[in-house]
Design a protein. Structure first.
Length: 170
């Protein structure tokens, strides 16, 4: 069932674009110290939010595509991906929920569990970040970009926010 879902054309394209987005951010991070950029992938490409020169985004995206095709799969996984935050938050929240699930306790007993909640939540957060890397490599990205090509890189200014739309085909 899951493999059928992952191979659906819209999801498959989004996963490959997500891998290309991450690879592009890795390359931009090597070229710009203290890079501050966020991305969001779609079936049609990805968007980078951050003040960058358009030619640098275009060059990095093309290099990323070339390097993914050459087998550099590790570029598809990024430590600051939202997948990591979701996994960390889910495990931390689940841990806190399990510790604090009400069983007709009084307030003093509930408050006495706060140190345990903090410990479990912290462990959940740490483990969740590692789980996020695994989820990226197996679920939310696909470094097998195949015949994908970059068809356009467009810059748009929205108030103080600069966005680059990287459109792909294939």
């Amino acid at each position: 069932m899951l493999s059928n879902l992952l191979t659906h054309p819209l999801i498959s394209r989004t996963r490959r674009n997500h891998a290309l987005e991450h690879a592009t951010i890795h390359i931009l991070s090597q070229r710009f110290r203290n890079l501050r950029v966020m991305g969001r992938s779609t079936p049609h490409g990805f968007i980078l939010y951050g003040d960058l020169p358009t030619d640098a985004v275009q060059e990095a995206a093309q290099e990323a595509l070339t390097r993914l095709r050459a087998g550099q799969r590790e570029l598809a996984v990024h430590p600051t991906c939202g997948t990591n935050a979701v996994a960390a938050g889910a495990l931390a929240g689940l841990g806190a929920f399990l510790v604090l699930t009400p069983r007709r306790r009084n307030m003093a007993e509930w408050l006495s569990r706060i140190p345990t909640v903090l410990l479990i939540s912290t462990l959940g957060f740490i483990l969740g970040q590692r789980l996020g890397l695994i989820l990226q490599s197996r679920l939310t990205t696909d470094p097998n970009v195949g015949d994908m090509r970059i068809v356009a890189v467009l810059r748009e200014e929205r108030g103080p926010m600069t966005q680059h739309y990287v459109y792909t085909e294939g």
